[in-house]
Design a protein around this ligand. Structure first.
Ligand code: FEO
Ligand code: CA
Ligand code: CA
Ligand code: CA
Length: 630
């Protein structure tokens, strides 16, 4: 969701003891060439010590200029096409899209709104595995003003419009294939599926069946409402999809203050009627805390979905904790255990890790689907000396005890934020996506911005007050052991304008005029270890959001190049490659944001006077059939 919608609370909980220059001197790796207008003296020292070895990257495309207009741009030699847009049919019997007469039954068979995460899954037995596959797509939220004629607000919707919006949330699982150069959905595919807030789910892990999950629609605390506010996600090594429930708090109506969960909901930013931004609870009681006071504990989880079985019941994996999950990344540790990295996207929230108890067994699907139910959750503290300490969030250890209100691991996972507060975690600048570099094994955490952080109230890993532009951190697991109790960490990039003394940005010194960016949000590694960075919030500064790609090692480390710019109002999410790396998909989310149905600021991608802007997935490829970025 856009940063405007994030529930940022001003909770400056710390004060910076060490000046920014000293932090940078210590924590930006010597192997990074640096560019920035401030601290020029220190910079020359760094440059003198910068790594001389290491090849330049293979990224050779001609960069786009910064700009902002109605449409999407890619570099010369590349072309983009829309694969699926809001309202497109996903089934042979789906009605055509009519934005003036949209219905919930039509929307239930059509591509949803505001696509965010994209995951590519191979088709079993595919003879040309980069020409067809499944896409798993999150539909994070809706923009009522752009969806309906007359631009009603959330509480001016009819019951049918509320139901349209619910059906436009959740996920699409859809088979796509390329024929004669054109990517299309295969409507006759038996895999195609819509998953919505009304799709029945079940819980697993330590909170399953717990008293705090029991309510009239789930008397055993085992079943749940469907999924919604799905932001980023990940395809697991065992072929399932993880989807992260993020800004769930604003969907609930009713008086949160009058429930037994009052303190828990408050810590979650779930204040009930005063912050509800959706009318779901008027027509669907699972979102009404007056009727179901425990319903708020059913949201804010990581959900695992089997995309190969359209009848499978998705599972909310409570062992991974409850927060405003931006996303998750899964890596198999050298010892076979599975490690998941997760960010909680709100100002001053934390970075988490889960290490499974059991080991991954290749090919043993049934076993692997239990891996995320048992293991050790921990939260990150970053020290000035460059140590990342993972503090366990395990009942009976540290502060996770009855004296602090935790009666079991169920309480720890339901109130993961509260447990992290007591563990001494470092408050971060809105952690969005965290991804593991497949070449180096280093972990990259993308922090989008934090305008609530007061000047001089930074900490070593979030060094700038009023952090308008965000930054990217790099964590190094000792010996590649992602289960280690301590890592080291460095600053990879401080985003912003390297020519602005106020921004105090840091990149490679050769960063071009359009090579800098603001508000990084999603990131994806290609198989060469280049980080493809998608932004969300640059557009509000007058420069289109888009994609920048940077080497993470060698002489071009931290040298971003501008690859894609988004249409007005849109953020870009979730760059995602076919196995041959010759096609990249990405999400174009909320084009025209801030305007309305009748006079939108862009009509991308149709540019038809009768059609509002439509969020869409695009496919990008090189005219000469080259690898992406070359
Ligand atoms: Fe859904 Fe934090 O972006
Ligand atoms: Ca976003
Ligand atoms: Ca995001
Ligand atoms: Ca964002």
């Amino acid at each position: 969701m856009s940063s405007l919608d994030a529930d940022d609370l001003p909770i400056p909980r710390e004060h910076q003891a060490t000046p920014l220059g000293e932090i940078l001197e210590r924590r930006i790796a010597r192997r990074t060439f640096l560019k920035g207008s401030a601290l020029a003296g220190a910079q020359s020292t760094w440059m003198g010590q910068a790594l001389a070895s290491g090849a330049a990257s293979s990224l050779a495309f001609k960069e786009l200029p910064h700009g902002l207009d109605d449409t999407l741009h890619v570099p010369p030699g590349y072309a983009w096409q829309v694969v699926l847009a809001w309202g497109d049919p996903l089934f042979t019997d789906a009605p055509g899209f009519d934005p003036y007469r949209q219905t919930s039954t039509a929307q239930a068979k059509q591509f949803g709104y505001n696509n965010d995460f994209l995951g590519w899954l191979p088709l079993p037995g595919a003879s040309r595995p980069s020409e067809s596959g499944l896409l798993a797509v999150n539909h994070e939220y809706v923009s009522s003003a752009l969806m309906h004629p007359g631009s009603p607000d959330a509480f001016g919707l009819s019951r049918e419009q509320v139901d349209v919006e619910m059906q436009a949330h959740g996920l699409s699982i859809v088979e796509v294939h390329r024929q004669a150069g054109t990517w299309k959905a295969r409507l006759a595919s038996g895999y195609n599926r819509r998953i919505t807030p009304l799709t029945g789910m079940r819980f697993s892990g330590p909170a399953r069946g717990h008293r705090r999950l029991k309510t009239a629609f789930s008397p055993e605390g085992v079943k749940s409402m469907g999924t919604f506010a799905n932001c980023a996600g990940q395809v697991t090594p065992w072929g399932t999809v993880l989807t992260a429930e993020e800004n769930v708090q604003s969907y609930f109506m009713g008086e949160a203050r009058l429930t037994e969960e009052m303190a828990s909901y408050k810590r979650f930013g779930m204040h009930g009627s005063d912050v509800a931004r959706s009318a779901w609870g008027m027509f669907h009681e699972s979102w009404n805390l007056d009727l179901h006071p425990q319903a708020g504990t059913h949201a804010g989880w990581i959900v695992e979905i089997d995309p190969y079985d359209p009848h499978s019941v998705p599972v909310k994996r409570t062992a991974l904790g409850r927060c405003k999950h931006e996303g998750c990344d899964v890596v198999i540790n050298p010892d076979g255990r599975v490690v998941v990295y997760m960010g909680d996207d709100q100002a001053f929230e934390y970075i988490y890790r889960f290490v499974s108890k059991q080991r991954y067994r290749p090919g043993e699907t049934r076993h692997n689907r239990t891996l995320l139910d048992e293991g050790e959750l921990s939260v990150a503290e970053f020290t000035e000396q460059g140590t990342l300490i993972w503090h366990p969030l395990v009942w009976g250890q540290g502060a996770c005890t009855p004296a602090n209100g935790f009666s079991s691991q169920a309480d720890v996972v339901i109130d993961m934020r509260g447990a992290a507060d007591l563990a001494g975690a470092t408050p971060m600048d809105r952690p969005e996506e965290i991804k593991v570099n497949p070449v180096t094994g280093h972990v990259f955490a993308i922090l989008t911005n934090n305008k609530m952080r007061e000047p001089f109230s930074g900490n070593p890993a979030n060094p700038r007050g009023f952090n308008r532009h965000g930054h990217i951190l790099e964590f190094i697991a000792p010996g590649g052991d992602h289960s280690a109790a301590q890592f080291t960490w460095e600053i990879f990039i401080l985003a912003g304008d390297p020519q602005s003394p106020v921004d105090q940005a840091r990149y490679h010194p050769d960063t071009s005029a359009p090579g800098w960016f603001s508000c990084p949000d999603n990131g994806t590694f290609d198989r060469s270890g280049n980080l493809w960075i998608a932004t969300d919030g640059f557009g509000r500064q007058g420069i289109a959001d888009g994609i920048w790609v940077s080497a993470t090692q060698g002489s071009d480390r931290a040298l971003p190049r501008h690859f894609l710019s988004a249409p007005r109002g849109a953020e870009i999410c979730s760059p995602c490659f076919t196995p041959d790396h010759k096609t990249m998909f990405c999400s174009v989310q909320h084009p025209g944001q801030g305007s309305g149905f009748d006079a939108p600021s862009t009509r991308w991608p149709d540019f038809d006077a009768g059609v509002p802007p439509r969020p869409a997935i695009v496919a990008i490829s090189h005219d000469g059939d080259r690898l992406m970025g070359s």
